[in-house]
Design a protein around this ligand. Structure first.
Ligand code: TRP
Length: 447
C-alpha cells in the first residue's frame, strides 16, 4: 500500500471538482439520458430522475466522497480500512464493474471518434442506418475501440495531476461551451418547439410505474458514476479542507445541468426533422443513427454542427473513461505495488481485449451494459449505503472536516440507513434482476 505521504493529490478544489464532473458527464448525459427521456414520458422521466438524483444518488455520492477522502486509499483497501476484511468483496465488485463498463463504454466512444473524424472529411452518408451498420460491424469498431483505449491509457498513465486533472481542466470548459452553443443552434431550427414539447411535456401516467422508477434510478447512478468507487477513488486524492457536501451538490447539479441542456440539443434536432419514430427503434444505436440523419439534412451547417456534436461526445467520453480506468489502476497500484504506467498499460490491454466481443456485437454490448451498468452499479450502491449507514463508525466527523455547518446531516444519515437501502432493494429485486435474467435468457436462446 502506498504510504500516505507519497500519495498523489489533486492540486486544487477546482481540479477535483472538474475531474469529478468530467467523470460524471459523459455518454450517459448525452445519449442515455435523452434516449430514456424519449422512451419514458419526457418531463415525467426528467422529474423522476431529479428525485432519484437528489434522494438516492446524492447521498451515495457523499458517502463515496467521505470514504475516499477519509481512507485515502483505493476502493478495496478503503472498504477494508473502515469495515474490515469482510468488505473487500464489495471493492472487488467495484473493480469488476470498472473492467466491464469501460470495456463497452470504450466501444461506443470509438464510434464517436469515427463519426467525429468522418465529419471533418468525407461527405455525409445518405443512409445513416446503413452507415451505422457498417460502423458497428467487421474489424473497424475494434480498431476505433483500441484507439480510444490507447488515449485513455495515456491520460491515466500521466498521473492524477498531470494526466487526469490537467485533461479535465482543459476539456471540461470546452465541453460546457460546446453543449450550450449546440443548444442555442438547435433553438433556431424551424420546428424546434415540437422537440421541446416532447422533452418537457409530462406524461404523468409514466410516473407510477416501478419499471420507469428503476430506469431513473439506474440512470442517476450511471450518470453520476456511482456504485463502483470512481468518485471514492477521486476523493482519495483530496486533502482535508474541502466542503464535501457543497462539492457533491456542485457535481450532481452540473451533471444534471449538462444532461438537461443536452436534451435541449437532441430533442429539437430529432423532432424538427421528423425523425422521432427512429429513436425508439434501438437502444444503443438510436442517436448514432438519428442524429447523423438530422445533420445530413441540414447541409453545410449540419456538417459543422454534427462534427462539434461528436467532439462534445468524445470529450465527455474521454473524461469519463479515465475515471473508470483509474479505479482499476489505483487498485492495482495499492495491491501489487505496480508503477502507475505499468498498471495503466497492462490493465488497458486487458480491458481492450475484454471489449472486443462488445465491439463485434451490439447484442453483447447491450447485455454487458445491462449487467455491469445496471445490476452491478445498483448492487454496489446498495452495498455502499449499508456500509456507511450501518457498518462504519460515525462518518460525520469526516464529513465535518472542511464543512462545519451541514444542515441536512441527519437527513443524509436517515436516507443512507433506510430510504436508500429499501428503494435500491425493491428496484434490484423487483425490476433490475428479473429484467437482466430475461435479457440473458433471450441472448442465449437467440444464439
Ligand atoms: N458517468 C459517465 C457517463 O455518464 C459514465 C461513467 C464514468 C461511469 N465512470 C463511471 C458510470 C463509473 C458508472 C460508474 O457517461
Amino acid at each position: 500500500m502506498a504510504a500516505q505521504g507519497t500519495r498523489e493529490r489533486f492540486s486544487s478544489h477546482a481540479g477535483f471538482v472538474l475531474a469529478a464532473v468530467g467523470s460524471a458527464v459523459g455518454l450517459g448525459n448525452m445519449w442515455r439520458f435523452s434516449y430514456l427521456a424519449a422512451e419514458h414520458g419526457g418531463a415525467a422521466f426528467v422529474l423522476l430522475y431529479l428525485v432519484m438524483t437528489a434522494g438516492i444518488a446524492l447521498p451515495i455520492l457523499l458517502a463515496e466522497l467521505v470514504i475516499g477522502r477519509g481512507a485515502a486509499r483505493s476502493p478495496i483497501a478503503a472498504l477494508q480500512h473502515f469495515g474490515g476484511k469482510a468488505w473487500r468483496p464489495l471493492g472487488g465488485l467495484f473493480v469488476a464493474s470498472g473492467f466491464l463498463i469501460l470495456s463497452y463504454y470504450s466501444v461506443i466512444a470509438g464510434w464517436t471518434l469515427r463519426y467525429l473524424l468522418e465529419g471533418l472529411g468525407s461527405a455525409p452518408e445518405p443512409d445513416a442506418a446503413a452507415h451505422f451498420q457498417r460502423i458497428t460491424s467487421g474489424p473497424a469498431p475494434v480498431l476505433w475501440h483500441l484507439l480510444f483505449m490507447g488515449i485513455t491509457v495515456l491520460v491515466v498513465a500521466g498521473g492524477v495531476r498531470k494526466g487526469i486533472e490537467r485533461t479535465s481542466l482543459l476539456l471540461m470548459p470546452v465541453l460546457f461551451v460546446l453543449v450550450v452553443g449546440l443548444a442555442v443552434y438547435a433553438a433556431t431550427l424551424p420546428g424546434a418547439e415540437l422537440g421541446y414539447r416532447a422533452f418537457l411535456r409530462p406524461e404523468l401516467d409514466q410516473l407510477l410505474s416501478l419499471g420507469v422508477l428503476a430506469q431513473a434510478a439506474g440512470q442517476a447512478f450511471f450518470s453520476l458514476s456511482l456504485g463502483m468507487g470512481a468518485m471514492l477513488t477521486y476523493a482519495s486524492y483530496l486533502g482535508g479542507d474541502e466542503n464535501l457536501p457543497v462539492e457533491a451538490a456542485l457535481i450532481a447539479g452540473t451533471d444534471f445541468g449538462v444532461a438537461f441542456v443536452a436534451g435541449l440539443v437532441v430533442f429539437p434536432l430529432v423532432f424538427a426533422l421528423g425523425l422521432s419514430e427512429q429513436v425508439s427503434g434501438s437502444t444503443v444505436g438510436a442517436l448514432f443513427i438519428t442524429l447523423p440523419s438530422a445533420f445530413a439534412t441540414l447541409g453545410g451547417a449540419g456538417r459543422i454542427v454534427g462534427t462539434l456534436f461528436f467532439v462534445t461526445l468524445a470529450v465527455g467520453a474521454l473524461t469519463s473513461a479515465i475515471s473508470l480506468l483509474e479505479v482499476v489502476v489505483a487498485s492495482a497500484i495499492d495491491r501489487f505495488g505496480w508503477s502507475r504506467r505499468r498498471a495503466a498499460a497492462l490493465i488497458g490491454v486487458v480491458i481492450a481485449l475484454l471489449g472486443v466481443p462488445s465491439a463485434a456485437s451490439l447484442d453483447v454490448l447491450g447485455l454487458v451494459d445491462q449487467i455491469a451498468g445496471n445490476v452491478f452499479l445498483i448492487a454496489g450502491g446498495l452495498g455502499l449505503a449499508v456500509f456507511v449507514g450501518w457498518v462504519i463508525p460515525d462518518p460525520t466527523p469526516e464529513l465535518r472536516r472542511g464543512a462545519r455547518h451541514v444542515p441536512w446531516l441527519r437527513l443524509w444519515r436517515w436516507l443512507l440507513r433506510f430510504a436508500v437501502p429499501v428503494a435500491l432493494t425493491v428496484i434490484l429485486l423487483g425490476v433490475t434482476l428479473p429484467d437482466t435474467l430475461a435479457a440473458l435468457r433471450d441472448f442465449f436462446a437467440g444464439g
